[in-house]
Design a protein around this ligand. Structure first.
Ligand SMILES: [Zn+2]
Length: 271
């Protein structure tokens, strides 16, 4: 076989692989703290990361584990475990910028002692949602933006609130007027709604296999726990409830209990 012919066959193969990847609804592989690792695997289920199950999605005749990497992870080598073998993957370093904010309601930065039972109860409620692993619904990993407006705060910023270091920004903020529409970014099930101390009026959607999205600071909630929603369905409206500097939607994406960059699930990046 001539060299040219071999090259042409290789180019065609690579091209069709790229086309398959382009048509794919899988999130982008970006293995950094706060990112997602897309790792080819041979099993359709039973893959774990740090002892917890991770999402596995079929694409053509291949399977991929989709792993959320916690923001606090150190760069280095990690591995997924399967019944018969391990799958290693590398996490690269990523530097996130620092943001300083002034919150006028000081109690939302330094809660009173008698706020703590409520805060702890709400944290436990959200953790139960983030750590659930539901295999009884089709998984949806291809998202559209849940509100229209500019991104006022990207994911991952290191945060200093009223001159005090706080947890990094675990979602992205979309600036919009109070009352603006919030829509489901993909099919899912409403697993919790509530009025939380920091997050204000909040909706949590389960998209299957440990993938959860969260909508915070809403002025109005239009869904109830247990509702099944389709992409584009109304969830509620933008507001400024909870710890805010103004009306916006805080949108978080959680995968295997790691808050990750929502951009990796969008076909069109926002920043
Ligand atoms: Zn936010």
């Amino acid at each position: 076989m001539s060299k040219t012919l071999v090259l042409m066959i290789c180019a065609t193969l690579i091209c069709s692989l790229l086309m398959a990847a382009g048509a794919s609804a899988l999130p982008k592989h970006h293995a950094v703290p706060g990112g997602v690792a897309v790792v080819p695997v041979e099993e359709s289920s039973g893959i774990t990361f740090k002892g917890k199950p991770v999402m596995v999605v079929g694409e053509g005749d291949k399977y991929f584990a989709i792993v959320g990497i916690p923001l606090a992870s150190r760069p280095g080598s990690y591995k997924l475990k399967a019944r018969k073998q391990n799958y290693p993957f590398m996490v690269e370093a990523k530097d996130y910028e620092t943001q300083r904010l002034t919150i006028t309601n000081k109690r939302k930065v330094n809660p009173l002692t008698n706020d703590m039972p409520r805060i702890n109860k709400e944290r436990a409620e959200m953790d139960a949602v983030f750590t659930a692993f539901n295999v009884d619904q089709p998984v949806a990993t291809d998202f559209t933006l849940p509100a229209s407006g500019p991104i006022s705060s990207p994911f991952g910023l290191r945060r200093i609130l009223n001159d005090q270091p706080r947890s990094p920004h675990s979602g992205l903020d979309i600036a919009a007027d109070e009352g603006a529409r919030i829509s489901a970014p993909a099919d899912g099930r409403v697993v919790a709604t509530g009025n939380y101390f920091f997050n204000g009026n909040t909706v949590l959607l389960d998209h299957g296999q440990g993938l959860v999205t969260m909508y915070c600071h809403m002025s109005r909630i239009n869904v109830s726990e247990g509702d099944l929603v389709a992409r584009g369905d109304l969830l509620g409206a933008v507001g400024q409830t909870g710890r805010v500097t103004g009306p916006h939607l805080h949108w978080s994406v959680s995968l295997n209990n790691a808050r990750v960059d929502p951009n990796l699930f969008l076909s069109v990046e926002t920043n």
